[in-house]
Design a protein around this ligand. Structure first.
Ligand code: TXA
Ligand code: MG
Length: 340
């Protein structure tokens, strides 16, 4: 049975206030939300997602009040960043206040906070009158949902309500900036670029390289479709394609560049436009489409550049790692990341 779909934020808020679990749209991806101050509801989110309980959730709020309520001594940087980038795809990791249950943070002393830039989500959050803790509304380790239909196919009847806000505008998850240490550190690339953050703060931020599990629950192998993902370049694409053809596997090619094949078994996927923003917007939908079409390997030429393009490459490299024997449920061993 499918869960009820609604476009009414007050209905969604009522379900949350009474301890229910609601999938809701944000500008990045759909979240699987529970009232942030109700540990029993939070426990259901972990159970539905199949997520290990030590992996912390982000608390979403309607406005800057989330900093007052859920952070303890957030500091000037946090307030300036919130002022500049909220509502928007930036999560700030700050010391947590007593209002945040252990269930949300996996017992750690920091909490991730953000104000999403999505009108239905903001209305829902205002009506709840408290934070909503939410991971992405996918099965643990898989690609995040960017439409209500993705949520239905991943989580089926396990949620109490899906608030349908249409396709997500950004398409990849928020930038996560850790402000709890000596130096601001980007734990995950996303819609707000490192350059924009540095410019605002007037100093450099640490950009942790992909690979080690740098945030709890942030794995080198993640964000994966069923098909094997192979990240390539426009120069290498023809060669990689020929090599895959020789194995007889069903191939999907994801690129904004020219690509023509005579093989009726191969699928060529294109974002709706040429900009990195278009690539991000369509990424997860296209990976899901490749799975649904039975592709066994997806050759991807990711967009070049910084900002959202870097976020797209980060997700694709992790999806590729998931298919190369790296465990998608256990963090890779920690090793020096090369970051200062
Ligand atoms: O765009 C997004 O951030 C979406 C939407 C729904 O807001 N949410 C999302 O949540 O991607 P999730 O749980 O799939 O990924 C959040 C990541 C986790 O991998 C976790 O490691 C990190 O945020 N995180 C959350 N709280 C943290 C904390 N206190 N310290 C370090 N990392 C934290
Ligand atoms: Mg996630």
């Amino acid at each position: 049975m499918s869960p009820p779909l609604s476009q009414n934020p007050s209905t969604a808020a009522r379900v949350l206030v009474t301890g229910g679990v609601v999938a809701f749209p944000t500008e990045t991806v759909y979240g699987l939300g529970a009232h942030a101050e109700q540990p029993a509801a939070i426990a259901r989110v972990f159970a539905i997602k199949g997520r290990p309980s030590g992996h912390p959730l982000i608390v979403h709020g309607a406005d800057h009040d989330v900093l007052d309520r859920y952070a303890r001594g957030a500091g000037r940087d946090a307030w300036r960043l919130a002022e500049a980038f909220w509502p928007g795809p930036l999560t700030l990791v700050v010391p947590r206040s007593g209002a945040v249950p252990d269930a949300v943070t996996g017992g750690r002393e920091t909490v991730g906070l953000r104000v999403p830039d999505q009108p239905l989500a903001l209305e829902m959050l205002r009506a709840v009158g408290a934070g909503v803790a939410a991971p992405s509304a996918n099965v643990f380790g898989r690609t995040s949902p960017t439409t209500a239909a993705h949520v239905v196919s991943d989580l089926g009847d396990q949620v109490d309500l899906i608030l349908d806000g249409g396709p997500c505008a950004v398409g990849v998850e928020s930038t996560i900036l850790d402000l709890s240490g000596d130096q601001p550190t980007i734990l995950r690339a996303g819609g707000v670029s490192a350059d924009a953050i540095e410019e605002l703060l007037g100093r450099s931020v640490v950009r942790i390289a992909r690979g080690p599990a740098r945030a709890p629950g942030m794995l080198a192998a993640h964000y994966a479709p069923n098909a094997l993902v192979v990240v390539t370049s426009s120069e290498q694409l023809a060669r990689e394609y020929a090599a895959e053809r020789a194995t007889g596997r069903r191939i999907a090619v994801l690129t904004t560049g020219e690509f023509v094949t005579a093989d009726p078994q191969s699928l060529v996927l294109r974002p709706v436009g040429d900009r990195p923003e278009d690539f991000a917007h369509d990424l997860y939908g296209l990976l899901r489409h490749a799975d649904a079409a039975g592709a066994e390997v997806i050759l991807v030429v990711p967009p070049p550049g910084e900002g959202i393009a870097a976020a797209v490459r980060d997700r694709l490299e992790r999806a590729a790692a998931a298919g190369h024997g790296a465990s998608s449920t256990a963090p890779l061993p920690l090793r020096p990341s090369g970051a200062p």
